[in-house]
Design a protein around this ligand. Structure first.
Ligand code: ZN
Length: 284
C-alpha cells in the first residue's frame, strides 16, 4: 500500500465504455472534477470495462477524449499512469478474486445455481429504476458448499444479507439515507456465472485499493451504495464519503440513457456546441 496523507481528498471518474457519454454523464463527472479541485485533491480515472460483451475499446477511447474536451483533468489513470494501477478493471482480476476468496471463507456468499428461468419465476418485480431484481434467497442453504469451490466461475455468487437490518449513510448532497435490508433489496450478485465480477464487488475493492475518500456518482446508484456498504463491512475496508448527483432528464422527464445518442457529447460537439453550452442545461 502506498501511503496517502489521511486528510488528502481522492475522488474518481469511473465510466463504463459501453456507449458514448451523454449530458448526464457530463454533469456527474463535472461535479466530481469540481469537488476534487475544490478540495485541492487528486482525481483518478478508472475504466469500468469489466463486461467483455458490452465494453468496447472504441468507447473507452471516446470517453477519455470527450472528458478531456469538456475540460476535465485527472492526476491518475491509464493515460497518465499513477501509483495505484492498473486503472482498467479488466486488468484487476486478482484484486477481485482475493475479495471473492475472503467472502467465501467468511461464509458471506453462496453459490446460486438458479437458472435464468428460475429467477424470472421467483423474482419479485424490481422497483422502478433498480438494477437488480429482488432475489428471494432460495439457494441460501448452499452457503456450506461455498468452501468446495476453488474458483468462482460457473454459478452466480450472492452476498447473503441480514433481513431487517437498516443501512444508513450520509449523502453529501441529499443528507441522511436509509435502506431496509431484505425489503429494499435482497441477496445480490457479487460474481457472475460467466466469470465476471459484479459491479458492486469491483467498485468496493477498487475504491479501497485506490484509497478513494469520496465517491461522486449519479443518484440512480443510491441503493447500490447501501449494498456496497454491506460488502465494505464484510471485507473490513474503509468507508468513503458519498455524493450522489441529480440525474439529468430530457424534456419529457425521462432519465437520459446511453440510447439518447443525439445527446451524446460527441454529437453535441459535432454540432458546434462548446463545453460551456453542453454543461449549461445541467445548471453547472
Ligand atoms: Zn439461486
Amino acid at each position: 500500500m502506498i501511503p496517502v496523507p489521511p486528510s488528502a481528498y481522492r475522488g474518481r471518474l469511473a465510466p463504463s465504455p459501453t456507449g458514448l457519454l451523454h449530458i448526464g454523464h457530463a454533469a456527474t463527472f463535472w461535479t466530481a472534477y469540481q469537488r476534487a479541485v475544490k478540495s485541492d485533491g487528486t482525481l483518478v480515472f478508472r475504466d469500468e470495462d469489466l463486461d467483455p460483451q458490452r465494453s468496447k475499446l472504441a468507447f473507452a477511447e471516446a470517453m477519455l477524449e470527450d472528458l478531456l474536451w469538456l475540460g476535465i483533468r485527472w492526476e491518475e489513470g491509464r493515460d497518465v499512469g499513477g501509483p495505484f494501477g492498473p486503472y482498467r478493471q479488466s486488468q484487476r482480476r486478482d484484486f477481485y478474486l482475493d475479495a471473492w476468496r475472503k467472502l467465501r471463507d467468511a461464509g458471506a456468499i453462496y453459490p446460486c445455481t438458479c437458472s435464468r428461468k428460475d429467477l424470472v419465476v421467483a423474482a419479485i418485480a424490481p422497483n422502478e429504476g433498480d438494477d437488480e431484481p429482488f432475489y428471494p434467497g432460495r439457494c441460501r442453504s448452499k452457503t456450506d458448499e461455498a468452501v468446495n469451490y476453488r474458483e468462482p466461475a460457473g454459478v452466480n455468487w450472492r452476498f447473503r444479507v441480514h433481513e431487517g437490518e437498516t443501512v444508513r449513510f450520509d449523502d453529501g448532497r441529499l443528507g441522511p439515507q436509509s435502506y431496509i435490508v431484505g425489503h429494499d433489496f435482497g441477496d445480490f450478485v457479487v460474481w457472475r456465472r460467466d466469470d465476471v465480477p459484479a459491479y458492486q464487488l469491483a467498485v468496493v475493492v477498487d475504491d479501497a485499493a485506490m484509497q478513494i475518500t469520496e465517491v461522486v456518482r449519479g443518484a440512480d446508484l443510491l441503493k447500490s451504495t447501501a449494498r456496497q456498504l454491506l460488502l465494505i463491512r464484510a471485507l473490513g475496508l474503509p468507508v468513503p464519503a458519498y455524493y450522489h448527483c441529480e440525474l439529468v432528464r430530457d424534456a419529457s422527464g425521462t432519465r437520459l440513457a446511453k440510447r439518447h445518442d443525439a445527446l451524446s457529447l460527441r454529437a453535441l460537439r459535432e454540432q458546434g456546441q462548446s463545453p460551456e453550452q453542453v454543461l449549461a442545461p445541467c445548471g453547472l
